[in-house]
Unconditional design. Structure first.
Length: 152
């Protein structure tokens, strides 16, 4: 990891030391997004490895469209194993991505961005799951009023 310190030699942060020491830390409390159905936009998808197993994994970042919880994020990790291939293929199909072989996926991740989905968030114990219900075409969203974007 690296960072750029070019040009900061003439910046004197010491002038703020006393004020910084006395500045309060603002508390940010966010209620957990409750279980339910949400309309989301796929903001980010990355192919990485699961920390615990080292298996390949798709990390999804989903932004709730609203109006309730608009802008809040949901995350889904899809670990890729022989046992999960059917679920992964179903999720990709729900997103409208049809590929002939899984090795094509890394080159097609961009095709998954900005897709609108209806998802269901379910919590069981300490585990949270996000299920992809269906893809939403833009016309579906425009035809509804804002209240229809609330969780069901």
């Amino acid at each position: 990891m690296s960072y750029d310190t070019t040009g900061i030699g003439d910046i004197d942060l010491a002038q703020f030391d006393d004020d910084y020491s006395n500045a309060p830390v603002e508390e940010h409390e966010f209620d957990e997004v409750p279980d339910g159905k949400y309309q989301v936009n796929v903001e980010k998808v990355e192919l990485t490895k699961a920390q615990s197993s080292g298996n390949p994994m798709l990390k999804w970042t989903l932004k709730i469209l609203g109006p309730q919880y608009a802008g809040r994020l949901l995350w889904r990790n899809s670990v890729i194993t022989k046992a999960t291939l059917s679920w992964l293929k179903t999720d990709l199909s729900t997103c409208g991505l049809e590929i002939g072989s899984l090795s094509e996926l890394s080159g097609r991740l961009g095709d998954l961005l900005d897709i609108k989905l209806e998802v269901t968030k379910k919590t069981k114990g300490e585990n949270q799951n996000i299920y992809f219900n269906r893809r939403i075409v833009l016309d579906d969203l425009e035809a509804r009023d804002d209240d229809s974007l609330a969780p069901f």
